[in-house]
Design a protein around this ligand. Structure first.
Ligand code: NAP
Length: 337
């Protein structure tokens, strides 16, 4: 096991779930520390029946830490990862900053666990909207080679952290009260609205969130020829991202075969009975570590096309669960000190 572990960004939306998961999954450690910004330093966190003081993240803070799970904004991860590595600490990072660095493995434990063992002190966890999509593409890719994906996301406000979670409530309350509201986390009011932009403009009219889905999918599946056309939309749902996915494969995969492939894949669950009104919905997947698939049907417009609906808890499998699973991989394979 790792003797001393730390959560960097322990006070955030993802950090809070990592704390829960380490307890739920009985992650082994001797000492645990909680790091965040100057704003939260000195506050206390209750963990496994004990009270801990949140420490300010400084270069010196990493001394003596063997494993850090980081869930901070990108610029913070850019700064702290070299500090942690210099102190001999292995980092599992949730941020987007290091994911596409060719020396950094980008890992979903059910998809490419072997990549984790090529690490040079840092392993990245993918973007939440990428993780659930790639989990569902993996069995189809293995069986029939994915050529092209058209995906539209319906992303919950928790994807933007504690600020996003709070703003859905505040904006909705203001809208119901007929009061003025100035959005801070989102670029427009999210109350009773959809915002078809997540991240900044990145490439040819696509946003940074959309381009993450393109590049990260290819890196995780190890296939640069996969074509992905994403549209990412913020929706007034508190937690759990949903995705409408259309996949074109080299070999035709029937609905029946797809249902069997999904059902046999660890981490995926199928709920698919439209006649009885049964399909995955965000409210039912909240707090769950699995990724759910439903509405599986043949594409009516192209021969080898398969359409389906995919829902996952972005704070859990989309972030915290995936990172903790990566850390567990390291422990199981004796990579820990
Ligand atoms: N939310 C999701 O669904 C999701 C999914 C996948 C990946 N991620 C990624 O995970 C990361 C964290 O996301 P989140 O949603 O948890 O955000 P969040 O709720 O805003 O939390 C951010 C955390 O980072 C800390 N932090 C901010 N500035 C810092 C600084 N200068 N020094 C040290 N700590 C600092 C915050 O501490 P304070 O309390 O002191 O401000 C807080 O603990 C982001 O990179 C995000 O892109 C998020």
């Amino acid at each position: 096991m790792f003797e001393t572990i730390a959560i960097v960004g322990a006070t955030g939306a993802v950090g809070g779930i990592i704390r829960k998961l380490l307890q739920e999954r009985e992650f082994p450690y001797k000492n645990i520390r909680f790091l965040a910004s100057k704003r939260s330093a000195g506050t206390t966190i209750e963990f496994a029946g004990k009270s801990y003081t949140v420490e300010e993240m400084t270069p010196e803070a990493f001394q003596g830490i063997d494993l850090a799970i980081g869930s901070t904004p990108d610029p913070v991860a850019k700064e702290f990862v070299p500090w942690a590595k210099a102190a001999g600490c292995i980092v599992v990072d949730e941020s987007g900053f290091w994911r596409m660095d060719p020396t950094v493995p980008l890992v979903i434990p059910e998809v490419n666990p072997e990549a984790a063992f090529t690490h040079q002190g840092l392993i990245a966890s993918p973007n939440c909207s990428t993780t659930q999509m790639v989990q569902s593409l993996k069995p189809l890719h293995d069986a029939g080679r994915v050529r092209r994906v058209i995906v539209s996301t319906y992303q919950a406000t928790s994807g933007a952290g504690v600020g996003g979670q709070r703003e859905l409530v505040d904006a909705s309350r203001a809208a119901l009260d007929g009061a003025d509201f100035t959005p801070e986390t989102f670029s427009h009011s999210i109350a009773f609205n959809l915002i078809p932009q997540i991240g900044s403009h990145k490439h040819a009219g696509y946003t940074s969130e959309e381009m993450k889905m393109v590049f990260e999918t290819r890196k995780i599946l190890g296939d640069e020829s996969i074509q992905v056309c994403p549209t990412c939309v913020r929706v007034p749902v508190s937690n759990c991202h949903s995705e409408s996915i259309l996949v074109e494969t080299e070999r035709k995969i029937t609905v029946e075969e797809a249902r069997e492939l999904f059902a046999a894949t660890p981490g995926l669950k199928v709920i698919d009975d439209v006649a009885s009104g049964k399909y995955p919905m965000p409210k039912d997947c909240d707090g769950d570590d699995d990724t759910y698939i439903g509405r599986i049907r043949e594409d009516l417009s192209c021969e080898n096309g398969l359409a389906f609906w995919c829902v996952s808890d972005n704070l859990r499998k989309g972030a915290a669960t995936n990172a903790v699973q990566i850390a567990e991989l390291l422990v199981r394979n004796g990579a820990a000190v």
